[in-house]
Every structure is written in C-alpha cells, then in structure tokens.
Design a protein around this ligand. Structure first.
Ligand code: ZN
Length: 166
C-alpha cells in the first residue's frame, strides 16, 4: 500500500474505532505489516495508508519481544517518566527531530484475533507506541516541536518537494 505523506489532510483525521474484527480487518493488518516491512519502518498506523481506522502495527525486530505487535483500538492507560530522543515518521521520510515522550507507557488494545492485549513499553517501544497512537488522533511528532523548529522542518519539507525528493 502507498504511504501518504505530510501535507495530505488525511493525516490530521481522527480515526474511527473498529467495532468488529472481520476477515477484512485481518487483511488490512497483513497489508499494513507488508507496507511496514517494505518501507522499512518500525511502526505504521492505518491512516498512513489512508484508512481512518484505529489500527496500528509495530515491529522493532527485537528478539526480546513477541513481534509483530498488532494494536486495534489501542489506549494508553498508564504513563511514567520522560525521555527525549530523535524521532521520525514514514509520512515524513528522511526527516527527524528530538521529541520528548513518556519513558514508559502501558497500552491496552485488541489484537487481530479479537483477544485483549496489554503492552508495557519503555524506551523505544514506549516512543513508538505513543507515536502510532497519536496518528489515530491526527497528531504528528512535529506537533511537539517549538514553533521555530516546526517552521524549519516545514521549510525542509517544501525544499524536498521542490527537489522532487518526495
Ligand atoms: Zn508516523
């Protein structure tokens, strides 16, 4: 599937909850994973391929985690601490910025089989969880930047578009 880029108004949409998990939902999850691996990236939300449903997939390719992580209707139910690290997004390829996030979060969701899942993430996993869940509410990492930094990033986007890099 094609990943939509920053500037597309769909990225600002609030995605709708999934009421029923069907074969179609599972196909969408497979397509999202295929798109994530092809990119490649560590996380992808359905809205990034233009589907306004509360679904995201994460794969940090870590041996310590059961992967991939499929989250349907995810909710952050607890959060703790602070961290700051460089962050990017498949919808803003080639761009990244330091972003402050919670050091750890607990997320409740449903997986593609309809079972409830609880994911506890610290460090990078916590960051990716927060980033992907933000997408479901139409929020992007650059919304956390100062006005000056956001302006610089947007200039960079315009420059890339003009050069045909995007
Ligand atoms: Zn993103």
């Amino acid at each position: 599937m094609k990943i939509i880029r920053y500037g597309d108004p769909a990225l600002r949409e609030k995605s709708k909850p999934v009421n029923k998990i069907t074969g179609e939902t599972r196909q969408l999850v497979r397509d999202l994973l295929e798109t994530l691996y092809a990119a490649p990236g560590v996380g992808l939300a359905a809205i990034q391929v233009g589907v306004p449903l509360r679904i995201c997939v994460i794969d940090l390719r870590s041996k310590d985690l059961r992967q991939p992580i499929v989250l349907i209707n995810p909710k952050i139910v607890a959060q703790q601490g602070r961290q700051e690290d460089e962050e990017g997004c498949l919808s803003l390829p080639g761009l990244s910025c330091p972003v402050k996030r919670h050091e750890s979060v607990r997320v409740e969701a449903t997986n593609e089989k309809g079972f409830p899942v609880v994911i506890e993430g610290t460090g990078l996993l916590s960051r990716v969880l927060q980033h992907e869940i933000d997408h479901l509410d139409g929020k992007l990492f650059l919304d956390y930047l100062s006005a000056a930094d956001k302006k610089l990033l947007e200039q960079e986007v315009r420059r890339k578009k003009k050069q045909g890099d995007w």
